[in-house]
Structure formats: C-alpha cells, structure tokens
Write a protein of this length. Structure first.
Length: 118
C-alpha cells in the first residue's frame, strides 16, 4: 500500500515562492520514482516534474523549468517542490504521485491547493 500526503499549498501573490511537501508511507520508498502534477479548474491534469529513485535525474515541464526545483529525501520518505516566481497560471491543485517506473501502477495523493493572485 502506498499513501501520499501533500502539504504546503496556500494563497500567495505573483512573484512569491512556495514549497510543497509530500510525505510517503510505503515500504522501500527509495525504489519509487516520484512526480508532481497539477490540475487547474476546468483543465486536465498536467505533468509538472518527475524525479528518479536516487534523485539524480529530474525532468520538468517547459512551463515550470527554471522556476521550480524538485528534490527528495529518501531518509525521510519525502519529496519537495520549491516553486519560485509564481504566476497566476500556476494556480491549481498539485498532486504528488509515486510509481516504480513506466507501465506500473501510479499512486496519487489527495492534492494541495495553490492559488497565485496577480
């Protein structure tokens, strides 16, 4: 069983920073790749970033590249999404997910709301 819990969302102004945190309750957490996705009102869920099991490989969507930093702490079963220079277009519910690689089951958290006011 994989349980994920996101925290850190909130209401900020454009240009501000925010850090999202996702805690994982799972055996062998370090085997899992972790990712963040987001869903804005009326839109489909979209990929934000992904980090490999060791933290050595990180992929970002073009919309957040250079502004967001994804990191993980395997000792704490946690990942972090540092979001800088936030824009109104970043407003969405942000979801943390875990999987063991392409083609395997993906487990999702309940999401945390990020609202950026312009």
């Amino acid at each position: 069983q994989v349980l994920l819990a996101e925290t850190g969302g909130g209401l900020v102004q454009a240009g501000d920073s925010l850090t999202l945190y996702c805690a994982a309750s799972v055996r062998a957490y370090s085997n899992y790749s972790m990712s963040w996705s987001r869903q804005a009102p009326g839109k489909e869920r979209e990929f934000v970033a992904r980090i490999g099991w060791s933290g050595g490989v990180t992929v970002y969507s073009d919309s957040v590249k250079g502004r967001f930093t994804f990191s993980r702490d395997n000792a704490k079963n946690a990942v972090y999404l540092q979001m800088n220079s936030l824009k109104s277009g970043d407003t969405a519910v942000y979801y943390c997910a875990a999987d063991l690689g392409p083609g395997t089951s993906k487990y999702w958290g309940q999401g945390t709301q990020v609202t950026v006011s312009s």
